[in-house]
Design a protein around this ligand. Sequence first.
Ligand code: FE2
Ligand code: FE2
Length: 262
Amino acid sequence: MRILHISDLHTTSPNFVAEWGETVVGNVRSLNPDVVVVTGDLTDDGHVHEYDTAKSWVDRFDTDNLLLVPGNHDARNPGYRIFKETFGTRMPFFENDRVAVLGIDSTEPDLDDGHVGREKYDFIREKLGTTGRLRILAMHHHLVPIPGTGRERHIPVDSGDVLNLCLELGIDFVLSGHKHVHWIWRIEDTYLVTAGTATSRRLKGRSWPSFNILDIEDETAVLKEMNVATEAVRDVRTTRSGAGRESGPACHPADTGLTSAS
Ligand SMILES: [Fe+2]
Ligand SMILES: [Fe+2]
């Protein structure tokens, strides 16, 4: 099965590139995913008309299983309410016999800082605590700082506790956005995957707009990244799916060039 991870569309920003939006829509449709996860910042300031625009874009994905969580930009003004009105929930969930995908709201109204909140921890345990299938947690904010993206400011105030919960449960992938750059950390058996912005010019240095493709076979999970500007696809990481994955380097620099000293 195939899961697409898309983030930070910022469809109403002056930095939104409609051509990239069309590229994303076209590829989502042709890649025929089973699930599409969008990890927030669909709008720029959370206004009603912005949600109308954002919805018009994601509706064109034409996919049955679209899971959306709000980003800090969506929670402004206070757009978190409009998010729920527009998309039905801020905590979407999908499961079948092979995967369980839970989206959680890591935003605070009118704040850019992330916050999951311990009241959600039992809900995460309930939805993702059962082993035997690939388990994915999606949220806007990143749990571990991302190199090359400037001063750390918005990481969830309870990121340590959430990270510990993810490791305790053995969650396979934590999908996030917010930093506008593709990156992967691996901690124990959990991959922390940050998607780049798919459609905004607010890039970091000479990085590129992109989204992630996760192909899950019987034994493996293959993570790829599509460069939206060039439509080139590169393999990022292959791992065994489910429990007992391979050992390997603790982190993956993802070749963005953001950490070079020059
Ligand atoms: Fe963003
Ligand atoms: Fe954000």
